[in-house]
Every structure is written in C-alpha cells, then in structure tokens.
Design a binder for this molecule. Structure first.
Ligand SMILES: [Zn+2]
Length: 439
C-alpha cells in the first residue's frame, strides 16, 4: 500500500528522519577567533562543544546530530569533517597500539621492575569507581626524596583524548631505556625528580575504552547526571581575583554549572576524586614545571584561562615558544604557542591552579602548561609514533628548564605566611589513614 503526501509533509518527515539519527558529528567552522565563533554559534543549552582548532583557520565543533542545523545555519562557512563518529571510529583503523587502563598499569609496573635503580611506582586516588592513578617517579635514588627540581607530566584528564596517555607512556619508556647509553638523559634523570601519570581520569577512560564513546568527563554522579569536566574542576588561580576562582564564569567561558554539560565544573573545586587526589599530591611536592597533555589542536597553552596575564607572562611566553618550536605538527610546521584563552576562555583549568597555588600559597614557582596533541581525539594509530616522539622533545626541554625556572623565579614568589603551630598538652588521639597502592 502506498499513499501520496503533500510536499510540505514530505519535507517535514525528511527533516525528522535526518534529525532523528543518533550519534555525534564533527563540523569544521571556518572562523579564526573565539569571540566571532561564540557570537555565531549557540553553545548554551545545546550539545555543541569545541573539539579542537586549526590554528588561524577554523574551529572543530563536536555535537549531537540533532543540533547540526544550528551550526550549518550559523552563517559561517562550514564543512562536516566527521559525518558520523561511530563510523569514523571503525575507519580510524586498529586501536591495538593504545593501552587500556589495565595495560597501562601493567606497562608501568614492568618498567618499575625493569629499572628499579631509576624509577619507582607511585599512585594517588582512589577515583569514584575505586581505581588508582598510577604513575612513575623517574630519578636516581627513586626511593629517596632528594633536593632536586621536580617536574610532572600527566595525561588523559579528558577520557577520550587517548594520545595523551600514550605520550606519557612514551616519555617513561624513552627516558628509562636511554639512561644507560645517553649522557644527556642520564644527566637529566640524575638531577631531577620526574613524575609521570599517564591516565588521570581513570574511570572516564575505562568507560571510553575500547568502545570510543567520545566520553570526556569523569564518572562521578551528580543528581541524575554523570561526571564533571576534570579540567574545569581545579580551584582557580588562588590570587584573590574572584573572576579567576572555581565557580566563576568569565564572558564566553567554555565552562558550565549545568551538571549534564560536557564542561561541568563539578559540585565544588577539586570535587572529582582524582582531581582532589592530584591536588593533594601536588601540595606535598615542590613541582616547578608541569605539563598536562590533552588532544587536539597542536597547541602549547599557558595560563590564565580566564584571559589575563600571569605576573610571569613574558617568561611564560618565552618558554611556551621554546616548547612549541620543538614539536612538529603532523602536516608541517610546529605547534602554536599561546595563552590558553586564545583557544577559548575557561575557568578551573589545571595550568591555572598549578601555577597559582604554587605561587600564592605554596611559596614556590611552578610553570605549568597544557599541550593539545595531534589532530583528533582517536588519532589514527599510524600517526601515533610521530606525535609521541615530537611531544617528547617539548617535554624534555621543559624538564631541562626546571632548574632555570627556580633560578629565574624564586626571588619573585611571595613568601608563604606560616601559621604558628598549635599544641595540646595531653589527651588521647586517634590517627587514621588509608593505605595507598601500590604496595
Ligand atoms: Zn582535553
């Protein structure tokens, strides 16, 4: 049986069929600056988020297909670069080279067993689902807390940014395997304490791998929603500037109070269990250089995310340019260095807090960066070797600079105000602690 429908009804039915398709899509929007993008695209109340940037040319937006008309009708030139992420995941080829959370832990354990003189396992956590963020301390005498400049690299604060964890694993691999034969590596490892935590958002990654669900947040429930954006959950810049605190939203901030949004702050600063644990870890150390790996856009970013310069912006800019100049893009040229709000403004990002807490509260300098690796969340594995080896060069340079960072900034950091220690003459006390892994 068939029936004839008026053209207008047909058009409505076709539109419904098109918009009812499940899944997500990535659209390249040809606009080279965030303010113009934010003027033309309706982010609020939609599924539309920024996936990445082609510097000086375009932004890539990730969105549910139902919101496609909002982007295609924005008046900006657009191109659908991934029509259906589900299909794209299959087309991206074998993901055999990407470690799962479990295989990453096994890899780190193997390295710790293989190089006991220059590394040891460490961890913080647990996460909401009870996982631990496992990492390595790489240094001579790794069991001793030596007076050496400390450096930290970490990745996968965002679950679906798989190359970030691989780059951290590659840093461990390369440093440890070349220690015996490379005088430069040996000098670096002997004179630094280097911490590497490849997968910070362990729950999110365990959920995203291997199904490639395009999951960004952690897995901690808030009401009926799941997860906060771990890179919006840090406690601001600690400078007393309210617009730079956790919970503030500067104009255009890609940060949200709505629990279902991809950029949800969390219920409070350091609410995400792994972020709270990472911050506690940092507070117990004196880490003067750190680098948070994300993907994608081939950028080197530094604070502040809300759009003001840090007091050390000249130095930041110089270090950022040096790091970026060492990392080749996949298609030629090198990474682009910029203050992070030039990608888009944010509040609660990691680089803001590490720099700010260290300077304002810890009483030591910490030059913290974020590197956006590669050109896709699930980068084709054929491009992974290039991304890893290039990113290593930037990380190695930053680790080398750790002593210079101290020499350059130490006198400029305000001294912390120490509270007078309280005392109690007598009494009965109970001390509790939680045993951490690995044992
Ligand atoms: Zn990210």
């Amino acid at each position: 049986m068939s029936m004839r429908l008026p053209k207008t009804v047909m058009a409505v039915l076709l539109l419904m069929a098109a918009t009812a398709q499940a899944g997500q899509t990535i659209v390249r929007v040809y606009v080279d600056n965030y303010p113009e993008l934010a003027r033309c695209i309706q982010f609020k109340g939609t599924s539309i988020n920024i996936a990445g940037k082609v510097e000086g040319e375009a932004y890539d937006l990730i969105l549910d297909r139902q919101d496609l008309p909002l982007v295609l009708g924005s008046g900006l030139r657009t191109k659908v670069i991934v029509d259906d992420l589900e299909t794209h995941r299959v087309e991206a080829g074998s993901f055999g080279f990407y470690c799962s959370y479990d295989s990453m832990v096994s890899t780190l354990r193997r390295l710790a067993v293989g190089f006991p003189a220059i590394c040891r396992l460490d961890s913080f956590g647990p996460t909401h689902e009870g996982r631990y963020v496992i990492g390595l301390k790489i240094s001579d005498n790794p069991g001793v807390d030596e007076d050496e400049p400390e450096v930290m690299f970490f990745g996968q604060v965002h679950a679906r940014e798989w190359a970030a964890g691989q780059v951290c694993r590659h840093i461990c691999d390369t440093l440890l395997n070349n220690y015996a034969t490379d005088i430069g590596f040996r000098g670096l490892i002997d004179s630094r304490e280097i911490w590497v935590f490849p997968i910070v958002n362990a729950d999110g990654f365990a959920y995203d791998y291997p199904s490639q669900r395009s999951w960004r947040k952690n897995r901690q429930p808030f009401g009926s929603a799941t997860g906060c954006d771990d890179n919006r959950d840090f406690n601001g810049v600690c400078s007393g500037n309210r617009m730079a605190d956790w919970g503030s939203l500067v104009p255009g901030s890609r940060t949200s109070h709505l629990p279902s949004d991809e950029t949800f702050f969390g219920a409070k600063g350091a609410w995400g269990k792994e972020i709270g644990a990472l911050c506690d870890f940092f507070k117990q150390r004196t880490i003067v250089a750190c680098l948070d790996f994300h993907s994608y856009s081939e950028l080197v970013l530094w604070p502040y995310g809300h759009g003001e310069n840090t007091p050390d912006n000249t130095y930041y800019s110089s270090l950022g340019q040096q790091i970026a100049s060492r990392i080749n893009r996949l298609s030629g040229g090198t990474y682009t260095p910029q203050r992070s709000d030039q990608l888009y403004p944010t509040n609660g990002g990691s680089d803001d807090w590490f720099y700010g807490w260290a300077r304002q509260i810890g009483g030591f300098p910490c030059m913290s960066f974020c590197v956006e690796l590669g050109t896709a969340f699930y980068q084709n594995t054929t491009q992974l070797d290039a991304i890893e080896s290039q990113a290593f060069k930037g990380a190695y340079y930053l680790a080398q600079q750790a002593s210079d960072i101290i020499a350059t900034l130490e006198g400029t950091v305000p001294r912390p105000i120490l509270a007078v220690m309280d005392s109690s003459a007598s009494g009965s006390f109970t001390v509790n602690w939680t045993q951490i892994r690995p044992d």
